[in-house]
Design a protein around this ligand. Structure first.
Ligand SMILES: Nc1ncnc2c1ncn2[C@@H]1O[C@H](COP(=O)(O)OP(=O)(O)OP(=O)(O)O)[C@@H](O)[C@H]1O
Ligand SMILES: [Mg+2]
Length: 198
């Protein structure tokens, strides 16, 4: 009898792209265990220090990785790991797919400002999105074969999940390089708007 291999699926992307919303929905569709790394870090105090400038915790990646690997051994079935540093805590060889969600920086800007984040924090995160930082990290950690980009701009979380499910069942191609915010803003002469201080 053929045994179904468990899948470990990472949902990554810049803050605000919709990781939590998409991962929750995907977990319910696949009946998978969901690990939200941001919550795990806070709940279990897996913290190295506090970044006062940014007003955030700095996760202790070694401890988070140990905890995540222990969780993998204690659950059966598919697992979804959600968070922008997931590729740094899940062993690359165990990853089935990494989905890097991308959102048009103009939309992301409105969303992050709506969270009441200060200007510096918004700008820093927008620069990460424009410069493909999460994509770069994912490919560096897991190789380009496992990494898929999904442009979520203007799509509902449901539509994004359908796209992910199609890729997982090989009905749609997994690919990277389709998103090029830098090229878009270069053509529009707006690069400085996002990268002037970097
Ligand atoms: N596909 C979508 N279309 C429009 N809005 C969305 C979509 N997915 C999520 N949202 C909304 O965008 C906001 C950010 O989503 P979410 O919190 O899931 O992002 P995140 O990537 O998990 O952010 P963080 O990294 O800060 O945890 C939420 O208000 C959510 O309701
Ligand atoms: Mg989230």
């Amino acid at each position: 009898m053929k045994t179904k291999l468990r899948r470990i699926i990472i949902i990554s992307g810049t803050p605000g792209v919709g990781k939590t919303s998409v991962a929750k929905l995907l977990a319910s569709r696949l009946n998978a265990t969901l690990i939200n790394l941001g919550e795990l870090v806070v709940e279990e105090k897996l913290i190295l220090n506090v970044d006062k400038k940014r007003g955030t915790f700095v996760a202790d990646l070694e401890r988070v990785s140990r905890r995540v690997r222990k969780l993998f051994t204690s659950v059966t079935g598919d697992v979804i790991v959600e968070g922008h540093f997931a590729v740094h805590v899940v062993p690359a060889e165990s990853v089935t797919r990494v989905f890097v969600l991308r959102r048009n920086p103009d939309d992301l800007k409105k969303l992050l400002e709506g969270r009441g984040w200060n200007e510096a924090k918004v700008r820093e995160n927008l620069a990460c999105e424009v410069l493909d930082v999460c994509l770069y990290d994912a490919v560096k950690a897991c190789g380009d074969e496992k990494v898929c980009e999904v442009d979520v701009t203007g799509k509902t979380a449901e539509a994004v999940v359908e796209e992910i499910l199609s890729i997982l069942s090989d009905k749609r191609k997994c690919w990277i390089g389709g998103v090029d915010w830098l090229g878009l803003f270069e053509r529009e002469g707006r690069v400085d708007e996002f990268l002037s201080e970097f």
